[in-house]
Structures are given as structure tokens and as C-alpha cells.
Design a protein around this ligand. Structure first.
Ligand SMILES: [Zn+2]
Length: 414
């Protein structure tokens, strides 16, 4: 039997590329700050183009700033198999979140080239624009526009903290690469596979190097606005006060108790609380807080999220409350046949895999609506991510890239 494509995956080359890309936006604390469409991202793309050129891969971009490196197939007219993730990061991000998916795809494609095989379908490595949503909100802009879930016109006017628009950022990116052709959005895709660090502790704790991702947990976010009345902290009678801060904290306590589950599956977070006028001697007349609620089961997420307004109202006291739902992203399950591809590839390579859902959102959420999609997880140290201390081992990264190479070759056709 001939060598499998996975045997051409080179651990040290894959590791070295992570270290090289991490120079673009490197922070003093050994992390990465590489914002979407920034000079650091431009430099990182330039490096990817160079590595791709050595393999004869052609670079492309599109109107949403997504970036592709294409390996031609035996049938160039066939819809390509896409694999990648993102190379933008949080302001205090690490070397692996997103980058791994892009570099694992590059390594897999290089392994396929080095094996002397040419797949039937083209394979395209992709880096989606602005997955993190830290410079421009919301995140996953590039994949959402690609999938048709967001309109290009809706993202172009979005501004960063300095007032620079996405449109300007896209122009900067295009200007940096005058030779990279722009293709139309929404091209057909045969399949999408995204490799990613788990960003959670399960694989490491259970001793598996490969996670077959079953789906992505759902998320509902809310904005709760509580209106009371500003009053003098010394003279206003307590029984006549409309203290918006007291009402908001009562709501948060009641919500937190209602969302508690002994299995620790429900994820309930109030990450923002703003009060006005926020002065030590004034009863707060207004309070605003956020709710981020996540669960892998649609029925449970539906039930819990639908209780938010009632719980807030019941605990508003003398204040008025308004609840707005901002994001409703239901849990999704990747097609069983795609999970089987990943599981089967791991088995053929004698790598132990376990099934698990993704607790975090990924670009594959949007690609799932475009084509059959799958994700491969590898462990990261202590589950730490969105942190400069994010860490993974060369062995685990290599195992994931080997599974990816086998999966891509199978999907693209031998
Ligand atoms: Zn990511």
C-alpha cells in the first residue's frame, strides 16, 4: 500500500509556521494582537501567499475581504473543498486560535502535493475576514457575507474605535495586494472543514488528541434596560426611590439562580453593567446590562431564553424594564456523514478521537448553511484561549493536520 497523504504532514514545518505567523502582531507577553484588515494581518497574508506560491497555489480574495489559496483539481470546473479558519485575533490573543485552521489546511495541501496525488476537486485554503469581531463588530463578518447571511452593504459602514470603516480597511487590504484577483462572492462549495484548537479543557482532560465536532452550541444575547429615577442619596426616602441599580442586581441574581443547572451545561453570563449617572451620591436612575446565554440543545435554549423577560419584569420593583434580544443563533449539528469522514480518517491513522460539541462560535456556523461542513478539534493547554498564554503542542497540531489531510483528500476525490 502506498503512503497515505497524512504521512507527508511535517510536524516541525507546521509548528515553525505558527511561530513565523505569530511575529505579525506579536505582543510583549508572547501573544498576538492581529486585528482584522490591519497592517499585521496584511503582513501575515503576505507570508501565506509566499508559502502558497512555493506550492503553486493561486491567491484570491473577494469583496468581503476573505482570502483564498487554491490548489487546482483534476476537474477545475468542480466546486472546491474549502478548509481554513481566520488569522485575525483578539487584542490579547494567542498564536493558535484561527491560525491553526489556516496553517493545518496549508500543511494538508502541501502533504497532498508532496504525495504526488492530485485530487479531483480543487482545494482552497481560506482565511475568513474578521472572525473575532474585536476591531469591527460583530464577528464572523467575512463568512456571514460569503454565506449570504449578512449583506455586504451592512458591513461596509461599520467603524472601529478610531472611526475607520470596514470599507476603508478592505481598500487598504486590496491596495496592499494589487496582484491578487477578486472573485465574486457566494461561489459554490462542495464541502468545508475547519480545524481549530478546542478552546476548552475536555480533550486534554480526557486524553484525546482529536475531537470530532458534533455541532456548535446555540447562543441568545439580550440587552436589558432598567429605568428608574435619579435622586439625592442623602434626602430621597428609600421607600420612594426608583433605584435602577438595585433592580438590575435583583434581576441578575434571579436570572443567575433560574439559569443554574447542576451539570454546568447552561452558560449564563452578564458581562456588562452600565449605570447612570454613575455618581457616588446619586441614586442610579438608569441601568443597562447584557445577557449571553448558551446551550447545545435548542429546546433548552428556547425555554431558558424565553423566561428572561418574565424574570426581569418580576424583579423590577418600582422601575420599568425593557428587554431586547440581540442575537439568536440556534444550536447546529454538522451532518453525520461529515462527522463520519473525520472520525474515519482518525481511525485510519490510529488516532483516538472523541465526539464533542463546540462551545464557541466559528465560521463553520455560516458555512454549514452553504455546504456540508465539519470541524476537527485539537487540545489546547488548560483550555485557555483568547489569551496570550494560549498554548498547544506540536504533536497535537500535527495529529489534527494529519486527520485534516486525509479528510480533505477523501472529500476532494482521489
Ligand atoms: Zn477562532
Amino acid at each position: 500500500m502506498s503512503k497515505s497523504v497524512a504521512d507527508h504532514v511535517v510536524r516541525d514545518r507546521l509548528w515553525e509556521r505558527h511561530m513565523l505567523l505569530a511575529r505579525h502582531g506579536a505582543t510583549a507577553a508572547n501573544g498576538v494582537n492581529r486585528q482584522a484588515l490591519s497592517a499585521a494581518e496584511i503582513a501575515a497574508r503576505r507570508e501565506l501567499i509566499g508559502w502558497g506560491a512555493d506550492l503553486g497555489l493561486k491567491p484570491y480574495s473577494d469583496a468581503a475581504g476573505n482570502f483564498f489559496l487554491r490548489l487546482e483539481g483534476r476537474d477545475p470546473a468542480a466546486a472546491p473543498v474549502l478548509s481554513g479558519s481566520h488569522i485575525d485575533s483578539q487584542p490579547t490573543g494567542g498564536k493558535f486560535d484561527g491560525v491553526y485552521g489556516v496553517l493545518a489546511a496549508l500543511e494538508a495541501v502541501q502533504a497532498i502535493c508532496d504525495s504526488g496525488q492530485t485530487p479531483v476537486r480543487p482545494i482552497e485554503i481560506v482565511a475568513w475576514m474578521n472572525e473575532e469581531g474585536s476591531r469591527f463588530a460583530p464577528g464572523m463578518m467575512g463568512s456571514a457575507v460569503y454565506a449570504g447571511d449578512m449583506a455586504l452593504g451592512d458591513i461596509l459602514p461599520v467603524r472601529d474605535a478610531e472611526g475607520i470603516t470596514v470599507a476603508q480597511g478592505l481598500a487598504d487590504m486590496a491596495h496592499a495586494f494589487p496582484d491578487v484577483p477578486q472573485r465574486a462572492l457566494g461561489r459554490p462549495v462542495a464541502a468545508y472543514v475547519e480545524a481549530h484548537i478546542e478552546q476548552g479543557p475536555v480533550l486534554e482532560q480526557k486524553g484525546f488528541s482529536i475531537g470530532v465536532v458534533t455541532g456548535i452550541q446555540g447562543k441568545r444575547t439580550f440587552r436589558v434596560s432598567v429605568s428608574g429615577e435619579d435622586a439625592h442619596a442623602g434626602t430621597a426616602a428609600l421607600r420612594e426611590r426608583k433605584d435602577a441599580l438595585l433592580a438590575a442586581t435583583a434581576m441578575i441574581q434571579a436570572l443567575s439562580a433560574a439559569m443554574h443547572d447542576d451539570e454546568d451545561i447552561v452558560k449564563f453570563t452578564v458581562g456588562r453593567l452600565e449605570i447612570k449617572p454613575n455618581a457616588p451620591s446619586v441614586v442610579a436612575g438608569h441601568a443597562l446590562f447584557s445577557i449571553d446565554l448558551r446551550h447545545p440543545l435548542e429546546s433548552r435554549l428556547r425555554e431558558l431564553g424565553d423566561r428572561v423577560t418574565d424574570i426581569c419584569t418580576a424583579n423590577a420593583g418600582p422601575c420599568a424594564v425593557e428587554v431586547d434580544e440581540l442575537v439568536t443563533a440556534w444550536p447546529l449539528e454538522f451532518p453525520a456523514a461529515m462527522q463520519d469522514e473525520v472520525r474515519g480518517a482518525a481511525q485510519r491513522l490510529s488516532l483516538r478521537s472523541m465526539d464533542l460539541p463546540s462551545a464557541a462560535g466559528h465560521d463553520s456556523r455560516y458555512l454549514h448553511g452553504v455546504c456540508p461542513a465539519a470541524m476537527i478539534f485539537v487540545p489546547c493547554k488548560d483550555g485557555i484561549s483568547h489569551n496570550e498564554a494560549e498554548s498547544a503542542t506540536p504533536e497535537d497540531l500535527c495529529d489534527g493536520a494529519r486527520v485534516l489531510a486525509e479528510t480533505l483528500m477523501a472529500l476532494a476525490g482521489r
